[in-house]
Each structure stands twice: as C-alpha cells, then as structure tokens.
Design a protein around this ligand. Structure first.
Ligand code: FAD
Length: 409
C-alpha cells in the first residue's frame, strides 16, 4: 500500500475503532480517517446496561483507547460527523456538514439502531431505548428516583435492564411478546432467566404485548394487548435493533439482512469493506451467512477487515461467542444453537449454575453456560476437536472436562 493512500472508516464504534488501530498496528502509513456521528471516541457498549449504568464503572473506562491515542497514531478522528452518502465511482464520501472525503478504501462499521415500538404514545417522555453512553447516563439519572419501570422485550438487553432497575430498587414489569426469555440461548437459559427475574421480584409476563403508552407529556401507563393498563413512569423499549445500512444503500452494495460480504469483509464493491453489526458475513465453516449483533464478532471483524483492506486474505470463521450479565449470573454461549441438536445438561453445585452442551452426531457443537466458565472453556476445546464425546461423561459433574478435552485434542 502506498503511503499516500487514504483509508476511511465510517462508524467510530467498536469495529471501526478496532479497525483504525489495526491499520496502524499492521504498518499502514497512509491517512486513516475515522468518521463518527457520536461525540465520544470509540467506546464499549456492554457496560451501558451493566456496570456503567449501575455507577460501578467510570465513563473514561468505557473508551477502547484513551483519546490521545488517535493523535499519537496519526488517526484523524472526525467526531460529531455523520456521513450521508457514498459515491463509489468517485471514491468519495459526503458528510452532513457538506464536506467531502476521498478514499482509496472504505470501511463501513455503522452498527445498528435500537428499534422503537410503533404504537400510540411511544414518543412520550420516559419511553426510551438504549444504545449510546448519553442514553445510559440519562437512564442512570432516571433510575435514581426509583420510577415504576416497564421493560418491553425479554431479550438480552431487556433482561439486563430489568436486572439493573431491580438493583436500583425499582418496581419492574417485564413484558415479552414470545413464550420465553432470551430464546436464542435455548430453553434451559430461558427457564433459568425467567426464574431468576421472578425470584428478584420482577413481574414477568410472556405472550404479552405493549400496544400503547398513555400520559400527558410523560409516560404514565402502558396499555397491554389483553386490555389492561399498567402504571409506569419509565418504559424501556428493548425490541431489537436494525442495522444502519443507509450508507451501504447509497453505495448500491448488495444487501439482505445487513450488507453481504465475503469471508474477508469485502462487499460487492471491491474497495468497500463492512464490519460489526452491519456485516452479513460468509462463514465457510457453517456454509452460510451470519450477521451477529454481539461484541466479540464486532471486535474481531474490525481488525480482520483492516487486514483485508491491506490485501491480506484470511477467511474469518471464529466460533460465535456472546454473553449477558444479570444479577449475579454470567450467561455465556459459544457456537450456535439449532433445533436438530441433542442437549446434555451438566448441573453445577447449585441451581444457579449449569452448562448445556449442544451436540450433533455425538460431538459438541455449542454450549451455553450459566456461572460455569470452566465448562464453557472446555466446550470450546471439545468443539474445536470435533471428537465424539459420551453424553453421560459430559453430564456427570465428577468428570474433569478439562482433562477430557485435553485427551481428545
Ligand atoms: C446497551 C448494550 C449492551 C450490550 N451488551 C452486550 C453484551 O453484554 N454482550 C455482547 O456480546 N454484546 C453486547 N452488545 C452488543 C455490542 O455492543 C455491539 O454488537 C457492538 O457494539 C457492535 O459494534 P459496531 O462497531 O458494529 O457498532 P457500534 O459499536 O454501534 O458503532 C457504530 C457507530 O457508528 C456510528 N454511525 C452510524 N451511522 C453513521 C454515519 N452515517 N456516519 C457516522 N457515524 C455513524 C454510530 O453512531 C456508532 O457510534 C450490547 C449493545 C448495547 C447497545
């Protein structure tokens, strides 16, 4: 790569921030411009619904790198700058302030936006979503006065916010449209999480829907599908996220759910790369596309895309990994679950810990663990080995899984 080249990254979040750093680490000497709509340098989002929200982590600790790092590395940070359009033929970006940026290679890492409910009253004060550090700060302040909280959606974020609100002493109602909590982690976790929240005093309702909010200026109640009106002075809408694909659309890139890229994060335009929540990546191991909205994939794809922008081609196929923290439960998953898998549960010393091994044709292909990190680590090794394992040995708490995994590698 010639030193005069310009690599632009749009989206100064996790994938974008990691990509910019990786370009320098990999020896790129040209211009690196990192364009971000938010005012903060790249930061971590997971603590926004956990330690930071609960006041246990200072703001500065959210940052991927100290602000000075970017200057030291000659990375041009353009914060508070929204990119509006990509013109691929001209290799140019148009920003909201009217300025234009030319690029040789471009990485789009624009993440996703929290979905809102399109029901009456959803624009009332006190009905909010959570994606940014400012929103987390606002929520932190609102929780101080112990409002009655309604959480719509019992996925990862909804469950974490319900737990945080309970930790702040709020009355919490958690309403979920589907039949279980966190369905992507399987029924064992769903049942565990439901029990956990009920034990902590959350009023949890499944197969229930919020059909509207009522109030003057501020929200005062939520209307549910069964006709009840339940009081609340804070409503947290956690019904998923939508990939920020407007720029990719403006560039005419191939898209489905997210932007279609090959295993090197390269889009249908050979000079435009995609990473993080926006990327629908070809996974050679699975033989299909995968778009994940999780920390681990974004932080890996940033550097992976950076290497590909520099011409290094290494197919990307790490095992998907993600986690959630609620109360004192650390819930982790490695690999992906599918209906055709056999599930073997290994109970921990208390009912607050277990691991569910998901198997296909006698081999472990995924694992979900609650407060069982060693089991998850062993599962990673078992998955990598592909070896057949006796279900009975996995389920038996007396089996040393580390030893078992080492013997099969
Ligand atoms: C509250 C919360 C808690 C989470 N907890 C977990 C967890 O416990 N475990 C887990 O695995 N994952 C978790 N995640 C998910 C994880 O944080 C995301 O998957 C990850 O941040 C995605 O990284 P990204 O770089 O793709 O997008 P982001 O980090 O969202 O960064 C995208 C950036 O692009 C900017 N942008 C968008 N459009 C433009 C534009 N046109 N011009 C300029 N800038 C633009 C955005 O403002 C944003 O700053 C959590 C997410 C949230 C919101």
């Amino acid at each position: 790569m010639a030193p005069g080249e310009v690599f632009c990254i749009v989206g100064a979040g996790l994938a974008g921030g990691r990509a910019a750093a990786a370009l320098r680490e990999l020896g790129f000497e040209g211009r690196v411009v990192l364009v971000g709509e938010e005012l903060d340098p790249p930061y971590e989002r997971p603590p926004l619904s956990k330690a930071f929200l609960l006041g246990q982590l200072p703001r500065a600790r959210l940052l991927l790198r100290p602000a000075a790092y970017y200057q030291e590395q000659g990375i041009e940070l353009r914060l508070g700058a929204r990119a509006l359009e990509v013109k691929p033929l001209e290799h140019r970006l148009r920003l909201q302030d009217g300025s234009r940026l030319s690029y040789d290679r471009l990485l789009l890492a624009t993440g996703s936006t929290a979905r809102r409910l399109t029901v009456p009253g959803s624009d009332l004060d006190g009905v909010m979503t959570l994606r940014t550090v400012q929103e987390s700060e606002r929520l932190q302040a609102l929780l101080e006065v112990r409002p009655q909280v309604l959480v719509a959606g019992a996925g990862f974020l909804g469950c974490e916010l319900a737990a945080a609100a309970r930790a702040r002493g709020c009355e919490v109602r958690l309403v979920e449209f589907g039949p279980s909590a966190m369905p992507s982690m399987g029924p064992q976790v769903g049942e565990f999480v439901a029990r956990l929240h009920r034990r902590h005093g959350v009023a949890l309702e499944f197969q229930q829907e919020v059909t509207g909010f009522k109030g003057g200026q501020r929200v005062e109640a939520a209307v549910l599908a069964d006709g009840r009106t339940v009081p609340c002075d804070l409503a947290l809408v956690c019904v998923g996220a939508t990939p920020n694909s407007e720029l990719a659309q403006s560039a005419g890139l191939e898209m489905a759910d997210g932007v279609l890229v090959d295993a090197n994060c390269r889009s249908s335009d050979q000079d435009i790369f995609i990473a993080g929540d926006l990327a629908s990546l070809w996974n050679p191991e699975l033989g299909r596309r995968l778009r994940l909205e999780h920390w681990d994939s974004a932080q890996r794809q940033g550097p992976h895309a950076a290497a590909a922008m520099l011409g290094t081609h290494q197919p990307y196929a790490p095992l998907p990994y993600f986690w959630s923290e609620q109360y004192d439960a650390m819930i982790q998953q490695v690999g992906l679950l599918a209906p055709d898998q056999q599930v073997v549960v290994r109970q921990g010393p208390s009912d607050a810990s277990f691991a569910a091994f998901h198997m296909r044709r006698g081999s472990v292909v995924a694992c979900v663990a609650v407060n069982r990190y060693p089991d998850l680590a062993a599962a990673r090794r078992l998955i990598a080995s592909g070896a057949e394992v006796a279900a009975g040995a996995l389920a038996d708490p007396a089996t040393d899984l580390r030893h078992l995994a080492a013997g099969l590698e």
